[in-house]
Structures are given as structure tokens and as C-alpha cells.
Write a protein that binds this ligand. Structure first.
Ligand SMILES: Cc1cc2nc3c(=O)[nH]c(=O)nc-3n(C[C@H](O)[C@H](O)[C@H](O)COP(=O)(O)OP(=O)(O)OC[C@H]3O[C@@H](n4cnc5c(N)ncnc54)[C@H](O)[C@@H]3O)c2cc1C
Length: 479
């Protein structure tokens, strides 16, 4: 039980592993590149305002995991209602689609085409098994060409910066809630009133301090149980031999330092990990690692002199003419995210590391995006008090069509490395939500302390349909 475990990265995956290991008496040391813990689940504070790196809601279909998070957060946890809308051709459509909305807002010819396309693919797929390789194939086979052309296609292209025909269907299978148009039709006739099973109508969120509070609490569990978290400590080299990792080097305060341990958990981006291995791995692996890209996000956070802009948790903007992809109003996540008479917005703009959005000057980007907000009808002359941008380079691992071949090639490198456990969104290059990363952290800890098979960790978020839990019946809405 006194194993020395070195964890690379202090996002939800690394922190959750460290929390459970430290509680079991392991000597935990976490190396984190940034000056704060949390990874993508950090929150930023300005006066009385809180901004996540894009609002983060916590849901899980795993009751054990939910219990652990409830125990960790105590009365800091809030249950928030979820309201999502899609803004399309000047109208706001509630999601899940509601019959009333479709009739009153969508052009009758367009909705008729969507239903006809849906009926066509549903019937065709019963007769002939469809070819399915890309995100485009997957969506068209399930929803029909009409809905793809209006919503899924343009939104996916904005998110990935690539045509959906170049993105693997695996991403869609795991991440798009199955919207059954037959269900929509029944709801329209009043034969069904509940939300689809795949849609969580509520979510957990810290009452104060944003999603970052959850990571802060995990970090406290590590340090209060004798573990240590080294900040501003960038992993630079991983010395490996035939059996596993010998030592890890990191740069802190301008000095190169090394650390040894019995076991290493890596949650840092997989391509970077591969490039840091010493002696260097074969050229083939480096080339594959170099081709594994991440989509980045620039966030524009604005403070507005108005009590509220809308009631929505998420506003999706699929149309390509707008740079903004998704908008959140933090006050709708927790009332404590903005002062009582004021509100704020987080605008997400997808980009690539180093491109013109990533490098855009803050004032110019804000002017452009506020203009878009006016066109979208979300700003109407209100005073903007302050604005600032935040960025994440490794937001979304890009599931290209050869995704499986690439990750499986890289995973070969770890076959003989007994004392290495790669986990998390970055560590496995897998589209994890935070619950998946936390669960991987817990299972990695159980592998070390109780001998749970490593394979159990890698199964998380890999199932065909890993999308959302139905949160109904757990907790009450509001505090
Ligand atoms: C815009 C957006 C919105 C999201 N919304 C939700 C949501 O609502 N709900 C949800 O469940 N999930 C959401 N997610 C996903 C969630 O953020 C991730 O699943 C989760 O943060 C992954 O945790 P992780 O620990 O695996 O990785 P990360 O959070 O990325 O942590 C990795 C850590 O490694 C550190 N690191 C990197 N390189 C080095 C190095 N060389 N040396 C040392 N440290 C290093 C990083 O600084 C970071 O702290 C969202 C993601 C994005 C991008």
C-alpha cells in the first residue's frame, strides 16, 4: 500500500486517481504543467463572476461515481435544469425537438422534407444494411439527409474544421444522442410527453466557484492525505526501458528535475507523451503521433449590464456564417456565477492552434463576436462591462477516419510497459467527458491497490453508445 505513484497531469483524470490512491496510503506525486489544477475543468474568476472553459456539467449513469462526487462536494453540489436550444435561420428550436416548435417555427416544406428523408432512410436501412464509415454516413443513416443538411452537417464542420465525411463514425456513435423522429412525431400527437431517454434533463454543478471547484476539492483530498502536487512542472522526458518507465523529467522554475516511482499514470496528451519517450521511439510511431491533432477552442467571456439574456444552458449556432459555435450564460448553471443584477456570456469559437482565431487580438475578436450576438438577437444595446478571452489547445481529439489504426499503433508502445497506465481524454486520445475521465482515474487507482485488470480502465467511453445518462429522479431541481 505504500507504492510511490507519479501522476502526469492534474485534470479530472489525474486528480481522481490521486485522490483515491492517497486515501489508500500510496505516496502520490502529481506533475502539472499549469499554475493551477483542473485541466479543461478549470474555472476563471473576475470580480464576482465565474467562467468555466465552456460550461461543464457533471452527469453520469454510474451511481457509485455519482455517490463519490456527492460525498466529495457535500452541500456545494447544485442540481441545475438543462435547457438547450438550436438557433437556426433566425429561430430558436428547443432540444429535444418539440412538435409545437417544429410546426410553428420550421418552414412546412422543410419539415416535410426532413420527415420524408427520415422515413426513406429508416425503410431503406431495414432492407439493405447501410455503408457506414464517416460521421456523415452515420447521421444520414439515422436522421436522413434533410436534418443532416440543416443542422448536423454545418455544426459538425464548424466543430471539427473538417467535412463530416472525413470524421470517423465512432465519434458520432458515442456522442450524438439518438433522436428518434418517430418519438418526435408521437410527442407532436400528444401520445408522449417525456423527454427522450438519452437526454439528461438536469445536471450537477458546484453551487459556487464553477466546475473548477470539483477539481480543487479532489486536489485537497490528495494533499490532506500526504500527497503532493507540483505546479508549473512540465513533463519533458519519459525514460523507458523494455519493462516500463524508469524516471520522468520535468521542468520547473527553469530547472530540469527528475522523479522516479513504482507506477506512472499519464494523462498528458498522447502525442506529446510519445515524443517525450527516451530512447526515442521508431520513426513510424512519431509520424503517427504527429498526425494525431486536437481541435482547439477560444472562449470570449463577456460581462453584461443586464439581469439575464436567456433561460438557456446551451445555445448552439450551427450556421457557418457565424464564427461563434456555442453560447452559455453561466448564471443559468449556478446563480452564483454572476452578481444578482448582472449577467455574463461565454462564447465558444472553434479553431486550430496558431490559426487566425487562436491569434486574433482580443478587441477585434470581441467586436466581431458582439456584432454576431446582435445579429442573433442576444444583445440589444446592453452595456458590456468587461471582456477577456481564454483558450484551450487540446479541446477535442480529432477522430479522423483512420482514428482506430492510429491509436492502436500508439498503444502498441505500451504493451510491455507494466508500470505505466495512460488514462483520460488526452492520455488515451479519447473523447471522454469528465465523468469518464474521473472513472478512469478511480479504476487506475483500483488497478494499483486491488489488482483490478487494466483492461477495465480502457473500456470506459469506448462502448458503441456512450452518450448521456438519464438523470431524472436523482435529486431535486434547484437547491
Ligand atoms: C468546451 C468543452 C466543454 C466541455 N463540457 C463538458 C461538460 O459539460 N461535461 C463533461 O463531462 N465534460 C465536458 N468536457 C470534457 C471535459 O473537459 C474532459 O472530459 C475532462 O476535462 C478530461 O479530463 P482529463 O483529466 O482527462 O484531461 P484534461 O482536463 O485535459 O487534463 C490534462 C492535464 O494534463 C496537463 N498537462 C498537459 N501536458 C502536460 C505536461 N507536459 N506536463 C504536465 N502536465 C501536463 C494539462 O495542463 C491538464 O491539467 C468539455 C470539454 C470542452 C473542451
Amino acid at each position: 500500500m505504500h507504492k510511490r505513484v507519479v501522476i502526469l497531469g492534474a485534470g479530472p483524470a489525474g486528480l481522481s486517481a490521486g485522490w483515491k490512491l492517497a486515501e489508500k496510503g500510496c505516496k502520490v506525486e502529481v506533475l502539472e504543467l499549469d499554475s493551477r489544477v483542473g485541466g479543461l475543468c478549470k474555472s476563471y474568476y473576475y470580480k464576482d463572476y465565474t467562467f468555466d472553459l465552456g460550461g461543464h456539467r457533471f452527469i453520469s449513469k454510474d451511481p457509485e461515481l455519482v455517490n463519490d462526487i456527492q460525498e466529495l462536494m457535500g452541500d456545494e453540489l447544485y442540481v441545475s435544469p438543462r435547457k438547450s436550444v438550436v438557433r437556426l435561420k433566425g429561430k430558436y428550436f428547443y432540444y429535444p425537438l418539440a412538435g409545437k416548435d417544429l410546426i410553428s417555427k420550421m418552414n412546412p416544406l422543410t419539415s416535410a422534407k426532413c420527415f420524408a428523408d427520415y422515413l426513406y432512410v429508416s425503410t431503406k436501412n431495414r432492407l439493405v444494411s447501410p455503408k457506414e464509415v464517416s460521421l456523415e454516413d452515420w447521421v444520414v443513416n439515422r436522421f436522413g439527409r434533410g436534418l443532416y443538411d440543416i443542422y448536423f452537417g454545418p455544426y459538425s464542420e464548424k466543430l471539427w474544421g473538417l467535412p463530416p465525411s472525413k470524421i470517423s463514425k465512432d465519434w458520432a456513435a458515442q456522442r450524438i444522442s439518438l433522436l428518434n423522429l418517430w418519438d418526435v412525431f408521437l410527442r407532436l400527437l400528444g401520445k408522449k410527453s417525456n423527454a427522450p431517454k438519452t437526454y439528461a434533463t438536469r445536471f450537477y454543478y458546484p453551487f459556487k466557484g464553477g466546475i473548477g471547484r470539483m477539481c480543487d476539492r479532489m486536489a485537497e483530498r490528495i494533499t490532506s492525505n500526504g500527497g503532493s502536487i507540483l505546479l508549473n512542472a512540465a513533463v519533458t522526458r519519459v525514460k523507458m526501458n523494455g519493462k516500463g518507465i524508469e524516471e520522468v523529467s520535468y521542468r520547473q522554475d527553469g530547472k530540469e528535475k527528475t522523479i522516479t516511482g513504482d507506477i506512472f499514470i499519464s494523462t498528458i496528451p498522447l502525442p506529446e507523451f510519445v515524443r517525450s519517450i527516451e530512447p526515442a521511439v521508431g520513426r513510424r510511431y512519431v509520424e503517427v503521433a504527429d498526425s494525431m491533432k486536437f481541435r482547439s477552442i477560444r472562449f470570449l467571456n463577456i460581462l453584461i449590464d443586464k439581469e439575464r439574456i436567456s433561460e438557456n444552458t446551451w445555445i448552439y449556432i450551427p450556421e457557418g456564417k457565424f464564427k461563434v459555435m456555442r453560447i452559455q450564460e453561466p448564471k443559468n448553471w449556478s446563480p452564483n456565477n454572476a452578481p444578482p443584477e448582472k449577467t455574463s456570456l461565454i462564447l465558444e469559437i472553434a479553431c486550430n492552434l496558431g490559426d487566425e482565431i487562436w491569434n486574433a487580438d482580443e478587441d477585434g475578436l470581441a467586436r466581431h463576436c458582439c456584432d454576431e450576438l446582435r445579429q442573433l438577437g442576444l444583445l440589444n444595446g446592453e452595456r458590456i462591462n468587461h471582456k477577456f478571452t481564454t483558450r484551450v489547445a487540446h479541446a477535442y481529439p480529432i477522430y479522423t477516419l483512420d482514428y482506430h489504426t492510429k491509436v492502436n499503433t500508439i498503444y502498441e508502445l505500451f504493451d510491455g510497459a507494466k508500470n505505466l497506465i495512460p488514462i483520460g481524454r488526452q492520455g488515451l486520445y479519447r473523447y471522454n467527458n469528465m465523468d469518464h475521465s474521473i472513472k478512469m482515474g478511480f479504476l487506475a487507482a483500483r488497478h494499483i491497490t486491488d489488482g483490478l485488470p487494466k483492461e477495465d480502465i480502457f473500456k470506459i467511453a469506448s462502448e458503441e453508445e456512450a452518450f448521456e445518462a438519464d438523470e431524472d429522479g436523482k435529486g431535486k431541481s434547484g437547491r
